[in-house]
Design a protein around this ligand. Structure first.
Ligand code: SAM
Length: 274
């Protein structure tokens, strides 16, 4: 599986996370923390949690956190980090659709659901996903999503307009599989400090991703009965250097070179259950 193959390469660049956390460090960016709001005493399900750095940070802000991810490697890495940092956070390995259906059957409910940075493109069925999230939220609970903006997907790495705006969950075969975007971020995705780690990683496993527009994400959540209370668009990408000439502003905000007119590079949604 493409994600299992790449996790070790990603983790190899993430620096000394133990020291980072022991010195009070926290991995989430300001934008998601603003959308999440107060977390003390809240139960929080972190969907597609990857290696768990954000899950552990959110637990340290007072939430009771469960992380879910498809990748065995990511989940074992997250469990090891929780244990080493002495953080109480649970991690479950599952496909997100299966997990949401099972949680609903078992009557599990959460105050907050959260997913971030590179999650929508792995989902083949947005309606099923949104219904699942609505089903496991407590009344008054909130879902927070922050992700890279589909408007940026019309460009290749050199800012040439080469693709249609994403629509309809169109599948796209990535023969080269999930890449080492943590290495490519040149420190942008390594808040504990960048480590050289595994060089020139090549993923032996290809994968499919799914191209969705922003309107489709919002509509799926609204159709699932959630009330959209925030839809933010940001003219920068946190951490990720996806295009040529990206400049880094404070707080690891990556912006295009000056000659490129501004476009939204990420968006955030808060959706609440009545
Ligand atoms: C780009 S990462 C998310 C980044 C993460 N928020 C972080 O802080 O590192 C996408 C994650 O989605 C997971 N994933 C992909 N498809 C999935 C599925 N069907 N069910 C559950 N997790 C899935 C991958 O294993 C991967 O860990």
């Amino acid at each position: 599986m493409s994600w299992n193959a790449v996790v070790r390469a990603h983790d190899s660049h993430r620096g000394d996370l133990l020291r980072f956390f022991s010195e009070g460090g926290s991995t989430p960016f300001r934008e998601e923390l603003d959308l999440l709001g107060e977390l003390e005493g809240k139960s929080l399900i972190h969907l597609q949690c990857n290696s768990g750095g954000d899950s552990i940070s959110l637990a340290r802000l007072g939430a009771t956190v469960t992380g879910v991810d498809l990748s065995d490697e990511a989940v074992s890495s997250a469990r090891a980090l929780a244990e080493k940092t002495g953080t109480r956070a649970a991690f479950e390995r599952a496909d997100v659709y299966d997990w949401l259906a099972e949680a609903l059957r078992e009557g599990r409910h959460f105050d907050v659901a959260f997913a971030s940075y590179g999650v929508i493109c792995w989902l083949s069925d947005l309606r099923r996903w949104a219904r699942g999230i609505a089903g496991i939220l407590n009344p008054g609970g909130r879902f927070v999503l922050i992700d890279f903006h589909p408007a940026a997907d019309i460009f290749d790495g050199d800012w040439n307009h080469v693709s249609d705006y994403p629509y309809g969950g169109e599948p796209l075969l990535l023969e080269e599989g999930v890449g080492d975007y943590v290495a490519a971020s040149d420190g942008g995705l390594a808040p504990a400090g960048f480590a050289e780690g595994i060089r020139d990683f090549e993923n032996p496993e290809g994968c499919y991703l799914f191209r969705w527009g922003l309107g489709e994400v919002v509509t799926a959540l609204a159709e699932a009965g959630l009330r959209i209370t925030a839809l933010e668009e940001y003219p920068y990408a946190n951490g990720e250097r996806k295009f040529a000439g990206m400049r880094e502003l404070p707080s690891r905000r990556m912006v295009p070179p000056e000659h490129i007119p501004k476009i939204p590079l990420m968006y955030g949604i808060r959706a609440e259950k009545g």
